[in-house]
Design a protein around this ligand. Sequence first.
Ligand code: LRH
Ligand code: MN
Ligand code: MN
Length: 388
Amino acid sequence: MSILSADIQSQLAGQGIELPSWAFGNSGTRFRVWTTEGTPRDPFEKIADAAEVNRVTGLAPSVALHIPWDKVDDFGALRRHAEDLGVALGTINSNTFQDEDYKFGALTHEDDRIRRKAVDHHLECIDVMDATGSRDLKIWLAEGSNYPGQTDMRARQDRLNDSLRTIYERLTGDQRLVLEYKFFEPSFYHTDVPDWGTSYAQVATLGDRAMVCLDTGHHAPGTNIEFIVMQLLRLGKLGSFDFNSRFYADDDLIVGAADPFQLFRILVEVIRGGGLNNPDVAFMLDQCHNIEAKIPGQIRSVLNVQEMTARALLIDQPALQAAQSANDVLGAQAVFMDAFYTDVRPALAEWRASRGLPDDPMAAYAASGYQQKIEAERVGGTQAGWGA
Ligand code: LRH
Ligand code: MN
Ligand code: MN
C-alpha cells in the first residue's frame, strides 16, 4: 500500500507547473552571462525544451513567455508549435526594464509620452495573449528611486493606478492582470510596488480579474512568506506564484533547494487556503540556471514542487486540528514535522510508473539522447534577456 492515498494521488494528478521560457536561455549575473551548449536559438526551441520537461514529468503543461525576449512574427505559429508538442503557451510577462526611456520609471513616469509608451507595451502584450490564448498578463515593475527626496512617491502611486487601469480595461474574456512585487532592485531606496500590500492596494481598485503575483525570492530575509500566502488566499487575491529559491536576495535558484522547509510551509498554506489545483492560482517557476544544465534544472524544480506538495498533503489534518484546539504546542508541531520528514520519493516513483511516466524523470532525460541532439544541432544560443 502506497503512503499516498487515492485522494492524495488524485490531487497530485491535477498539479501543473508553468515553466519560464527564460530558464532555457543563457543567463548569468551582473558580472557575466555564461553560455551553455545546446541553448535554444529562438522561442520555438525554448518551447521544445520545455515540452521535454513535461514529457518526462507530466507536470509542466505550459510555458510562460517574456516580451520582447520571446517576440516572434507569428504568435499563432508559436502556439501551434507548442500545442503540437503537447504544451500550451501561458503567462505573458511584460518588460519595462531594458529600455533607455524607462530610466526614471515606466508606468509611473512623470512624462506622459514615456508613460504612454509603457502602457502601449502592455496593450501589445495583450494582443500577444489574444494570439497565444494566454490568460494572464504578468507585470513586474523595475521602478523606484535610489535617494530620499529624489521623487514624489505618492504621485507615482497615483500615476501607476491610472496606467494599470488603462491596461486592465483592455483585457477581455477570462484574461487577468497579475501584479508582481519586489522589495528592492534595481532601485535601492524605494520601489513603487515593493510588497504584497501595495500590489493588493493597486489591484483591488481595478476589479476581480486583477490579482497579486507572489515571487518567493522577492522578500526580505526572514519574511514569513506563508503568512502572505494565507492572507492573499483569504482575500481571494493570490493570482500566481513565481517559484524559486534564494539564500541572499533575488537569487532565482532552483525552488526548494535553499530552504525545502519554507517550500513545505508555503504549500501547507496553499492547501489550507484552497489554492491547490485552483485555476485562480497559477503555479509558475521564475528561475535561471546559470551554472547547471537547464533542462535537468527545470525537471529537478518541478519534481521538488511535487515532492513538497505530497508531503504537505500527508499532514494528518484531524490530528493537527485536535492538537491546535487543545493548544498542544508540541503535539501540533510533531504532526506537522512528521509530514515534512516523510520521504515521499519512492512512493512518487511508483505512482509515476503506474501512470505511464518514467519513475525517474532525471534518469529518463539523461538516457533520452535529447541533450546530445540539441548540443550537436544548435550553435549560438540566445541569452535569457538580462544581458541583452
Ligand atoms: C524580476 C522578476 C520578474 C521578471 C523576471 C525575469 O526580478 O522576478 O518576474 O519578469 O524576474
Ligand atoms: Mn518573478
Ligand atoms: Mn525576480
